[in-house]
Design a binder for this molecule. Structure first.
Ligand SMILES: N[C@@H](CCC(=O)N[C@@H](CS)C(=O)NCC(=O)O)C(=O)O
Ligand SMILES: [Zn+2]
Ligand SMILES: [Zn+2]
Length: 191
């Protein structure tokens, strides 16, 4: 059987709702779940093939989007959270018991500082922005996917209408490079 990219991708994508304004995320524990409340829909939702983003078991990709950090609060069982890798750019807060990542936060100077990374499949609510593209696709090879399977993986994304990139989408890459340019002193008129 062909490997699953992700349950939210495999059978086609369900569009979100532009009027949706947030909801709750829960970890996978049977009891005392960590609960996160998001007071906003997400943006830039995408499939990520990197080794660091949380993915459900059996899936090759994570689905991850961003939300302003001010819109994120831990509303139950905060004591179960622990940062996976304190040195990483994105400090991924995971449940110590079930391993699910509840939110990833950037504290250092970075183009995406101020945005938290979340997996809205952890929510029962419907209306979250649907995945917009697939990033870090080639990274799945680093986790054991055969290089010869990559055409099939990219074709599957294409079949559900998603572009694939081996880092991020042009919009996000431009944001990162704009940030880097500004840091080096370049000033752009009319941004
Ligand atoms: N090929 C690497 C890529 C890792 C990577 O750069 N991940 C991206 C996408 S999530 C990133 O922004 N990482 C920052 C971080 O993990 O803190 C891997 O699979 O581990
Ligand atoms: Zn848990
Ligand atoms: Zn990732």
């Amino acid at each position: 059987m062909a490997p699953s990219l992700h349950p939210l991708i495999d059978n086609g994508i369900t569009p979100g709702s532009s009027s949706f304004s947030g909801g709750k995320l829960h970890c996978h524990c049977a009891s005392d779940q960590v609960e996160i409340t998001l007071n906003s829909n997400i943006a830039h939702n995408h499939a990520c093939g990197c080794s660091k983003c949380w993915k459900p078991s059996g899936s090759l990709f994570s689905i991850v989007g961003v939300v302003p950090r001010d819109a994120v609060s831990v509303t139950a069982n905060a004591s179960k959270l622990s940062i996976v890798d304190k040195e990483a750019t994105i400090q991924r807060n995971a449940c110590k018991d079930c391993g699910v990542h509840l939110f990833g936060r950037i504290e250092k100077d970075h183009a995406f500082k101020g945005l938290d990374f979340v997996h809205v499949e952890l929510s029962d609510e419907k209306g979250w922005q649907e995945p917009q593209f697939a990033g870090f696709v080639s990274s799945i090879i680093e986790q054991g996917s055969h290089p010869k399977e990559m055409d099939e993986v990219r074709a599957k994304f294409k079949a559900v209408g998603l572009q694939t990139y081996d880092v991020l989408s042009p919009v996000l890459m431009d944001l990162i490079s704009t940030f880097t340019a500004q840091k080096s002193g370049i000033r752009f008129a009319n941004l």
